[in-house]
Design a protein around this ligand. Structure first.
Ligand code: AHM
Ligand code: MG
Length: 348
């Protein structure tokens, strides 16, 4: 049995009570999401059953193969969230356009942006995957939500979090009052507080990047990773590489142990850099969480939370993690010509 008896439901409620203007809508919204996650977790745990697997044969808007569990996760969240009266629109990584709330249901003050099942290329290897979510307050005044409600900077997020389907199922979330983690007790179906007020170490000793892409990295990233691999006992270098290729899992480890996660743009064509991760469903919510845990997140030139989205499926480069590690990366971006060795004394 868990030692803490604080359920996620009670925690969300108490956080909302701390805000004198709270209406209870956000509590209801997050509560509905946890129900969807329990259903998805159950399906993911049944993942060894052959009939769940296999592509649907369609490609999603970002060109990835839509796997069957992706679709189950997408539908589960939609069905859990469409009728609660908390939302005026939803947007998912798996759909090209906004997903309206059916006319027969009341509209609410929030929009929900989500990646229903991130890391799905790992499903068949039984690697941890997850659901990522981000909540904004609508800026339009009534009726159906608009694109403008969705295309808000990360700094405007009201809440963000993720569900991790791993050796146990977890929710990690923030409403701008710190980051908290809860672990699902599957026999009774409740998430219990297991990670009180998560704080990322100010500096880590791990880096997390798809190193197979080295030939396509920009110069600062290449020099930064070289620097992390150089021996220097005073700054705990060389760092160790940890990379799963599943954002929620790589992020969760970075959040708890510190260090840095990077997904830089593919700069094979320097005139047209191509980032991979999506601003609204992956990068902005993770940046909000990292920031609330005392870490940092940058595109290399800009704080991620200040990036103004221009379309629903914008992608940006991302470097996030321990504050000191991200600060060193930013120095490489400012002056990529500087010898890596000079950074040790500056940053540590
Ligand atoms: P997905 O949303 O289609 O699952 O893709 C996103 C995933 C992230 O989970 C992960 O960080 C990244 O893609 C891994 O990409 P790569 O295989 O190029 O390293
Ligand atoms: Mg994804």
């Amino acid at each position: 049995m868990p030692t803490s008896m604080i359920t996620v439901q009670r925690h969300i409620l108490e956080q909302e009570r701390a805000n004198p203007h709270a209406t209870g809508e956000l509590t209801g919204l997050l509560w509905d999401l946890t129900i969807a996650a329990k259903v998805i977790s159950h399906q993911v745990n049944r993942g060894g059953l052959a009939d769940i697997f296999g592509g649907t044969g369609e490609a999603n808007v970002t060109g990835d193969l839509v796997r069957r569990l992706d679709r189950i996760a997408q539908d589960t969240i939609y069905r859990a969230m469409d009728h609660g009266g908390h939302l005026c629109a939803m947007v998912s990584e798996e759909s090209p356009d906004m997903i309206p709330i059916p006319a027969k249901f009341p509209k609410g003050p929030y929009v929900l942006l989500y990646d229903p099942l991130d890391g799905s290329s790992n499903i068949e290897a039984n690697v941890s995957i997850g659901t990522i979510f981000s909540v904004h307050r609508r800026i339009s005044t009534s009726g159906d939500g608009t694109q403008g409600d969705c295309l808000q900077k990360g700094s405007k997020q009201i809440a963000a979090g993720y569900f991790l389907y791993g050796s146990s199922t977890m929710i990690v979330y923030t409403t701008g009052q710190g980051v908290y983690g809860f672990t699902l007790e599957p026999s009774i179906g409740e998430f219990f507080l297991s990670h009180e007020r998560i704080l990322t170490p100010p500096k880590g000793k791990y880096y997390s990047i798809n190193e197979g892409n080295v030939g396509a990295w920009d110069e600062p990233t290449r020099r930064y990773i070289e620097y992390l691999k150089q021996k220097d006992a005073a700054s705990d270098r060389p760092y160790s590489l940890r990379y799963i290729g599943s954002l929620v899992a790589d992020f969760h480890r970075t959040l708890l142990y510190g260090g840095v996660f990077l997904y830089p743009a593919d700069c094979s064509n320097p005139q047209k850099p191509k980032p991979k991760l999506r601003l609204l469903y992956e990068v902005a919510p993770m940046a909000f969480i990292m920031n609330q845990a005392g870490g940092a997140a940058t595109t290399g030139t800009q704080n991620v939370l200040d990036v103004q989205p221009s379309s629903l499926h914008d992608r940006v480069p991302i470097v996030m993690g321990s504050k000191q590690d991200v600060a060193v990366y930013e120095k490489f971006c400012v002056d990529s010509k500087r010898a890596p060795a000079n950074f040790a004394s500056d940053a540590h």
